[in-house]
Each structure stands twice: as structure tokens, then as C-alpha cells.
Design a binder for this molecule. Structure first.
Ligand code: ADP
Ligand code: MG
Length: 317
């Protein structure tokens, strides 16, 4: 029987739309979900809270893309661990000013992306308040191999590689990006990366996480950084001359929300990976891991400067 309370009716519609998988033993509708986790793989859990006005502007992008992004960022984290998603859990604080159909659209964004990656919605929590939209998605997943690929495994001499291209994601890619799950699977099939992370804060910040966790340094070659054509959409960067190249680079290094994979692996593995890589997303070698600590950015004429972490900083106090 349909419920008189709109959030119960909403949850019922979510349950019907959410889909299933053989790994979800019990989905929406009980006090907790039940998952079938494998004993011979690491179970992975990622969670990310997205705020209207910080991670998206829902009046501009609409609820569907906000929901999609909330799942996509978590799938990106699982890809970066060498894993995949099994089920997602979606907690939402809905603005009271919006009709309930708006929440359906938000959830459909999560459900549709989950269906693409065999990662159905298996639970969540629904509240409304006088504040803006808040959506938290947690994803339970598993490693593709017995162990996860962590930030801490980089070794001096490793080649540093990035998928795709960086910069300008604010012009739409941060909402519509494809989490690099296929690329991670292909990488693990062909090679054994030592360390991996997804680029959420910007290359200049996220490289430091690998270096700090691994106790190593790095040299990045400026000219090798793949700059996404979307950087030309930034106002004042429409030109294509070499002066603009420096401004593009700043965006490519610091903008963040690229959700590309950044990984390191031994030189020999890189040669093989390059030769055997068939996925349409390109791989680019951007530098090497060194002894010591910190990251140097090597310019075109050979001079090098320390690469400092840029990117978005959350304020406190
Ligand atoms: P409880 O009070 O036991 O937590 P709820 O009424 O909050 O129960 O939730 C009922 C069911 O609906 C649970 O299975 C819960 O995981 C699921 N659920 C609630 N909100 C959502 C949501 N936004 N997305 C997916 N599942 C949800
Ligand atoms: Mg609840």
C-alpha cells in the first residue's frame, strides 16, 4: 500500500528503481543491507559528502547531475585503490523548498550511474531541512586483486603516469566525468603499479600524498603534463600562443576535480604497459620518483622549481 508520508513513498520508488546485483543479498527495505563480500579480496569502503555551493551549484546543474557526481567521486576512489563498487549508500538532506520529484531526480542520477557500473543503491537515509542540499554517498566495494593499490608503495626510479588530461574540469567535466574503473582494471591486468591515487584536489596536491605516504620525492616534467583543451574555456585563456601555455599549466596543476588516475610503476613495467595499452583513455608519463622528499617541477630549459600544493582549501574557524 502506498504510504501517506512522502519520504516513505520516495524510498519505495528508490527501492523499485535501484536494481539488484548478485552481491547485494539484501537491499533497501530492512534495518541494514546485506552484502556478499569475498574473503580472498580486500573489502573497500569509500565515502564522500557533497555540499550545494561547494561541490556543485544545484540551481545550475540540477539534482540529477548532483546525484551522479556524488556516486562518481566514490567510484573514482575505488578505482584508485584498484577496486570496483558493489553497492552504494546514499544519505541526503533535502531542502524543504524543493518538491519531492526533485529528490527522485537526484536519486536517479545515482541509480543510473550505479547501473552502468553494476553498483546498485542498497540503502541510505532521507531527511529534509531548511538548509541547502547535502548528499553523502558511501560505496562498499572490493579490490580486483587480493590487495589494494595504495598511496604508500612508490619507489625511487618509478615512472609517474597519469590517465587522460588535466585542467578546466569546472566547465562541466567535474559533473559528467567517467570514473576510471575500466582504466584501473586494464592497468592491473597489464602491470603491477606500486602506488595510485585519483586526482581530486589537483596534481600539485595529490602527487604530494603519494610522495609523503611513500617517503620519496619526485621530478615532474612541465612539458609532459597533458593539458585538457577545456582550460581554454577559462576567461582570458582563449588564445593558443605559448604565453597562455603557462596559465594553462597552472590550471592543469591546481584546478582539481579531474578525477584522473595518477600512479607509479617500475620503468620496465611502463614500457610493457605502453606497448599493450588498448584503452582509448591515453596514458602519459609525466615524471619520475626520486630519493628524498618533495616534488620538483622541471621547466622546458631544464631549470627546476619546487612544486607546491595548490587547489581548493576548506576553511575552518
Ligand atoms: P530506519 O529508520 O530503520 O533507518 P529508514 O526509514 O531510514 O529506516 O529507511 C528505510 C530503508 O530505506 C532502509 O533500507 C534505508 O537504507 C533505505 N533508505 C532510506 N533513504 C534512502 C535513500 N535516500 N536512498 C536509498 N535508500 C534509502
Ligand atoms: Mg534511517
Amino acid at each position: 500500500m502506498p504510504s501517506s508520508r512522502p519520504e516513505f513513498a520516495l524510498i519505495d520508488r528508490i527501492r523499485l528503481a535501484a536494481g539488484t546485483s548478485s552481491r547485494v543479498l539484501l537491499g533497501i527495505g530492512d534495518d541494514a543491507a546485506g552484502l556478499d563480500c569475498r574473503v580472498d579480496h580486500e573489502t573497500l569502503v569509500a565515502t564522500d559528502m557533497l555540499l550545494d555551493g561547494v561541490h556543485f551549484v544545484v540551481d545550475e546543474c540540477g539534482p540529477y547531475l548532483a546525484g551522479r557526481k556524488a556516486l562518481a567521486v566514490n567510484l573514482s576512489d575505488l578505482a584508485a585503490m584498484g577496486g570496483r563498487g558493489l553497492a552504494s549508500f546514499v544519505s541526503i538532506a533535502l531542502p524543504k523548498s524543493q518538491p519531492i520529484a526533485w529528490a527522485d531526480e537526484l536519486m536517479q542520477g545515482v541509480i543510473d550511474l550505479g547501473a552502468e557500473w553494476n553498483c546498485p543503491v542498497a540503502g541510505g537515509d532521507t531527511n529534509s531541512w531548511n538548509g541547502p542540499l547535502v548528499i553523502n554517498v558511501a560505496v562498499v566495494g572490493e579490490t580486483l586483486q587480493t590487495q589494494s593499490t595504495r598511496r604508500s608503495g612508490a619507489k625511487p626510479g618509478d615512472v609517474i603516469v597519469v590517465t587522460g588530461a588535466l585542467g578546466g574540469s569546472i566547465h562541466g567535466r567535474h559533473l559528467r566525468f567517467t570514473p576510471r574503473l575500466e582504466e584501473a582494471a586494464e592497468l592491473l591486468r597489464l602491470a603491477a603499479p606500486h602506488a595510485m591515487i585519483d586526482i581530486s584536489d589537483g596534481l600539485s596536491s595529490d602527487i604530494q600524498h603519494i610522495l609523503a605516504a611513500s617517503g620519496v620525492g619526485a621530478r615532474i616534467e612541465e612539458a609532459a603534463i597533458p593539458v585538457h583543451p577545456d582550460v581554454t574555456l577559462h576567461s582570458g585563456l582563449a588564445g593558443l600562443d605559448s604565453e597562455d601555455r603557462q596559465a594553462w599549466l597552472t590550471h592543469a596543476l591546481n584546478d582539481g576535480e579531474d578525477f584522473e588516475l595518477l600512479f607509479t610503476l617500475p620503468h620496465g613495467e611502463w614500457e610493457r604497459l605502453q606497448a599493450e595499452w588498448r584503452h582509448p583513455t591515453p596514458l602519459t608519463r609525466i615524471g619520475v620518483v626520486t630519493e628524498g622528499q618533495g616534488c620538483m617541477l622541471v621547466g622546458n630549459s631544464g631549470e627546476s622549481v619546487p612544486l607546491t600544493a595548490g587547489g581548493y582549501v576548506h576553511q575552518f574557524g
